[in-house]
Design a protein around this ligand. Structure first.
Ligand SMILES: NC(=O)C1=CN([C@@H]2O[C@H](COP(=O)(O)OP(=O)(O)OC[C@H]3O[C@@H](n4cnc5c(N)ncnc54)[C@H](OP(=O)(O)O)[C@@H]3O)[C@@H](O)[C@H]2O)C=CC1
Ligand SMILES: O=C1O[C@H](COP(=O)(O)O)[C@@H](O)[C@H](O)[C@H]1O
Length: 513
């Protein structure tokens, strides 16, 4: 197991610009508290991510303890038994000793989310552990991960603030991680932000969007700003359209109750896809300081003009309302294509097409940047297709550029082909970290670059709230589509109207080893 101590590289805050990093020695013991430990996210994502960090040496048993907290009355062992299967999944058998050792780092505390009793008990347990480690009071670090429905965030944050804070400021800290959906519209999100903002300062709040932890999303700034190729081309003069697409080949699967309240726009588009859009469209930040990057993202969001009704297609898959937790007359979209337009010098006139759907014919997420046609087409090859750069976020991470080349052989004819950077082939033996793993490590390191700032969130809700209110009032109706299909045909028609040219007779085949 690689040993990684707590001497970490921490990005300095505003005032230390540009660029520089400083080394901060964080020596206090670390308590990670997973609230909602009995739930779905905790078992599927949070605990496995913590395990992987532990396995790779980023969490040391001498310095870290993990507490699960929820109302369900279970023992430490019950919790361990609930999560063990998710830790072992995808883990080689040689790691079974690590699994046992990791599980011993976890204790469970049961209590409610709005009364002091449980939180006093939780504080007592954390303090006991800190004392055991001889941690100097105030130097210890407490990370609260809210794997909970947002309805309980305000009361939970109040309880943490009143009963569970790190006791003083001797280099220690208290941070909270909150999951999406952060609000349901502009007003509710602002209300939630204000409630939490009265209790914690912005540098203590980590609004997680797990798409920001995906490898190829993290690569976007490097790709755009470290390569001469792209700098002069990345604008309205050369790019005709940008698509950011999320497809899932399964339906709401046991999460129907939650999903019906939110729908695909709040579940995927307003957060995950919009965050990706920001990174594709933003200007170059003056440095890699998290605040400087987030400043640029906010500017993009604030430049988006109101969504036009005719640039939206909504769908709902057949059979969606068969779920007993979904009302028969549900108007909730499980599919949406929405065109956003950015009113600035770089992007005026370029449609940013955000598309997301459940129960479709495939599972993938990608960014597809389509370039304009070459003027003066001497090869008469225009009909074969346009240049595209495709960034495949998942599965099979890849970046490929679709381009026209000479067909090999004696004739001078042209054909569509690609320059392909397929990660599995290029980076053999390299394990790409899970998004949650990376983001939890960032919260421990105090790096907020890949988290959503309050003003970003506000600007994101400003874009979608009018449309969402229209849908909630039943003013827009989703059209039905067949599960396993591409979604409503109207979505492809909208794409065509937006100027997207489908390439026929060419398909990218991920290379095999
Ligand atoms: N599951 C997923 O894949 C993803 C989830 N998220 C977000 O993460 C958060 C947690 O999600 P998930 O784990 O699926 O949610 P769950 O519905 O599984 O809830 C987590 C825990 O919260 C408690 N809980 C549930 N409902 C309520 C309620 N109405 N009032 C008080 N406590 C409640 C339960 O614990 P107990 O009863 O023991 O207290 C439950 O085990 C949510 O904000 C969700 O939107 C984000 C991305 C993906
Ligand atoms: O946040 C969510 O994301 C998942 C998809 O995540 P991915 O990393 O597998 O692409 C989605 O299934 C879920 O509905 C949504 O809440």
């Amino acid at each position: 197991m690689a040993s990684v101590g707590w001497c970490i590289e921490k990005r300095s805050d505003v005032g230390h610009e540009p660029g520089g990093t400083e080394t901060v020695l964080e020596a206090g013991c670390l308590s990670i508290i997973v609230l909602g430990a009995s739930g779905d996210l905790a078992k599927k994502k949070t605990f496995p991510a913590l395990f992987n960090l532990y396995r790779q040496g980023f969490l040391q048993s001498s310095e870290v303890h993990i507490f699960g907290y929820a109302r369900t009355k279970i023992s430490d062992d019950d919790l361990r038994n609930r999560i063990i299967g998710y830790l072992i999944q995808g883990t080689a058998s040689e790691h079974s000793e690590d699994v046992s050792k990791f599980l011993q780092l976890i204790n469970y505390v049961s209590g409610s989310y709005d009364t002091e009793e449980g939180f006093r008990l939780l504080d007592k347990e954390i303090s006991a552990y800190e004392q055991l480690k001889n941690s100097v009071e105030g130097s210890s670090r407490r990370l609260f991960y809210l794997a909970l429905p947002p309805s309980v965030y305000p009361s939970v944050c109040k309880m943490i603030k009143d009963y569970c804070m790190n006791k003083s400021d001797l280099g220690g800290w208290t941070r909270i991680v909150v999951e999406k959906p952060f609000g349901k519209d502009l007003d509710s999100a602002e209300k939630l932000s204000t409630q939490i903002g009265e209790l914690f300062d912005e540098p203590q709040i980590y609004r997680i969007d797990h798409y920001l932890g995906k490898e190829l999303v993290q690569n976007l700034l490097v790709l755009r700003f470290a390569n001469r190729f792209f700098l002069p081309l990345w604008n309205r003069d050369n790019i005709d359209s940008v698509q950011i697409v999320f497809r899932e080949d399964f339906g709401t699967e046991g999460r129907g109750g939650y999903f019906d309240e939110y729908g695909i726009i709040r579940d995927i588009i307003q957060n995950h896809l919009l965050q990706v859009l920001c990174l594709v469209a933003m200007e170059k930040p003056i440095s890699l300081q998290p605040e400087r990057i987030r400043d640029e993202k906010v500017k993009v969001l604030q430049s988006v003009i109101p969504i036009k009704r005719e640039e939206v297609v909504l769908g709902q898959y057949e059979g969606y309302t068969d779920d007993p937790t979904v009302p028969d007359n549900s108007n909730t979209p499980t599919f949406a294509t929405v065109i956003l337009r950015i009113h600035n010098e770089r992007w005026e006139g370029v449609p940013f097409i955000l598309k997301a759907g459940k129960a479709l014919n495939s599972r993938k997420a990608e960014i597809r940047v389509q370039f304009k046609e070459v003027p003066g087409d001497i090869f008469k090859c225009q009909k074969q297709g346009r240049n595209e750069i495709v960034i495949r976020l998942q599965p099979l991470e890849a970046i490929y550029m679709k381009l026209t080349v000479k067909q090999p052989g004696l004739e001078m004819s042209t054909v569509q082909s690609e320059l392909d950077l397929s990660y599995r082939q290029r980076y053999q033996g390299v394990t790409i970290p899970e998004a949650y793993e990376r983001l939890i490590l960032d919260t421990i390191r105090g790096d907020q670059q890949h988290f959503v700032r309050r003003d970003e969130l506000k600007a994101a809700w400003e874009i979608f709230t009018p449309l969402l209110h229209g849908i909630d009032k039943g003013e827009f109706k989703p059209t039905t589509y067949k599960p396993g299909s591409r979604g409503p045909v109207e979505a492809d028609e909208l794409l065509e109207r937006a100027g997207y040219v489908q390439t026929h007779g060419y398909i990218w085949i991920p290379p095999t080893l």
